[in-house]
Design a protein around this ligand. Structure first.
Ligand SMILES: O=P(O)(O)OP(=O)(O)OP(=O)(O)OC[C@H]1O[C@@H](n2cnc3c(O)ncnc32)[C@H](O)[C@@H]1O
Ligand SMILES: [Mg+2]
Length: 197
């Protein structure tokens, strides 16, 4: 794909959209899928990759443009990888605060050393709705889950995610630094290699 081509971001999450736009803005004319449709496809896949492909195909369909989707989430080791692909709807559809409260409650008796977790991101790029060869890139960010929320930047589980190498939570990182370290940043670096941009 050549630079400054139109690209639709297949996400309705404002936090994600902000991060993805920052990472791609110099290379593409970026649009949000919300400009074309307010319908969110059901995330029926059993993996991040399947859900990313499904969202990308839907965005390509409603826009007629190449589309990039991000399916991501938090996998906590002691919870066998939960909330995982269900991260956005962990506490029903009650939002980030309810999800974070549920996670803290699930881990209330778990000591610090056993609270390891990863943020995972799968990016899927399709050139058109029926693209038989989506480009898939993944990124993983290691951390652990705090005992209480810290920081106000970012979104989702960021206030609970301890980043040992920076000695702060992900919500205490500047947006610029999070965009260099995160699961999304790692997946995007691979995507840029694939696209040679
Ligand atoms: O599907 P779209 O429309 O993109 O938006 P979404 O919020 O539903 O996105 P996902 O289905 O991929 O669910 C990912 C959830 O994982 C969490 N998450 C993903 N990346 C995160 C990040 O960088 N920081 C904090 N939480 C994150 C957050 O709770 C997200 O809602
Ligand atoms: Mg979603």
């Amino acid at each position: 794909m050549t630079n400054h081509q139109k690209l639709v971001l297949a996400s309705h999450n404002q936090g994600k959209l902000k991060e993805l736009q920052k990472m791609l803005g110099d290379h593409f004319e970026v649009h949000s899928v919300a400009e074309f449709s307010s319908i969110e496809p059901e995330e029926t896949g059993l993996s991040f990759v399947e859900n990313a492909i499904l969202k990308a195909r839907h965005a390509a369909k409603v826009s007629g443009l190449p589309a990039l989707a991000d399916d991501s989430g938090l996998a906590v080791d002691i919870l066998q990888g939960a909330p995982g692909i269900y991260s956005a709807r962990y506490a029903g559809n009650a939002g980030d605060q309810a999800n974070n409260a549920k996670l803290l409650n699930e881990l209330k008796d778990i000591p610090e050393q056993q609270r390891t977790a990863q943020f995972i991101c799968a990016l899927a790029l399709v050139r058109h709705e029926n693209d038989p060869m989506p480009i898939i890139c993944e990124g993983i960010w290691q951390g652990s889950i705090l005992f209480e929320a810290r920081g106000t930047n970012g979104f989702g589980y960021d206030p609970l995610f301890w980043v040992a190498e920076q000695q702060c939570s992900s919500a205490e990182l500047s947006p610029e630094l999070k965009n260099q370290l995160s699961h999304r940043a790692k997946a995007m670096a691979l995507l840029k290699q694939r696209l040679t941009i």
